[in-house]
Design a protein around this ligand. Structure first.
Ligand code: MN
Length: 191
């Protein structure tokens, strides 16, 4: 037997950036309609302002049973009416699908919410590892002054269900109080 190892076509560097077989997704403020509580503050921000970018390694077709995807999210720092920049958040279309997150750079929170409305918030920092159980909606929030970089690995057949979450919204918001993050109940209309 004579096997010559091949080099990986896809690589991830220590800053989370993926090269090789990588797909890029950009989410601007214009894509985050209805996410932030302060609508007036939201509308003052140019719609083409980047809120976050995602680099993904998706080596098989979406929906493939047993498959895995791998990616990195880069969430910009900032606030909208005192509320920190965050990802839209979603349930998985395949409700039992879970996900792994890990902190690479910056600081923030992962906000998780069960179908019955229970909320769990974990602090993300470099090296932290977070298990998002199936049936829990999830988003990440950048509570720092620098880019929040979060790695993720999720089932290829998880899918994204934004509509189910939009109907109920997250029960908490993360706001800046004297420069420090605070978790508050979401009193406003559902996200
Ligand atoms: Mn997910």
């Amino acid at each position: 037997m004579n096997i010559t190892p091949s080099s990986a076509r896809t690589t991830v560097d220590p800053t989370g950036h993926i090269t090789g077989d990588v797909q890029h997704l950009v989410r601007t403020m214009g894509d985050l309609q209805g996410v932030f509580s302060d609508v007036a503050a939201y509308e003052e921000i140019p719609a083409d302002t980047v809120a976050y970018r995602v680099e993904s390694f998706m080596p098989i077709a979406p929906g493939t049973p047993g498959g895995l995807f791998f990616g990195t999210s880069f969430v910009e720092p900032g606030t909208v009416g005192g509320e920190y920049y965050m990802t839209r958040g979603h349930f998985h279309e395949s409700r039992d699908a879970s996900e792994m997150y890990w902190g690479i750079a910056g600081s923030g929170y992962v906000v998780m919410q069960s179908e019955s409305g229970d909320v769990n918030v974990e602090a993300i920092e470099p090296g932290s590892v977070h298990y998002v159980p199936g049936r829990w909606a999830h988003r990440v929030v950048n509570t720092g002054n620098t880019q929040l970089v979060v790695g993720a690995c999720w089932p290829a057949d998880a899918g994204h269900d934004y509509a189910a979450l939009a109907q109920v919204g997250f029960g908490v918001r993360i706001i800046s109080t004297n420069g420090s993050p605070k978790v508050v109940a979401n009193e406003a209309d559902p996200v």
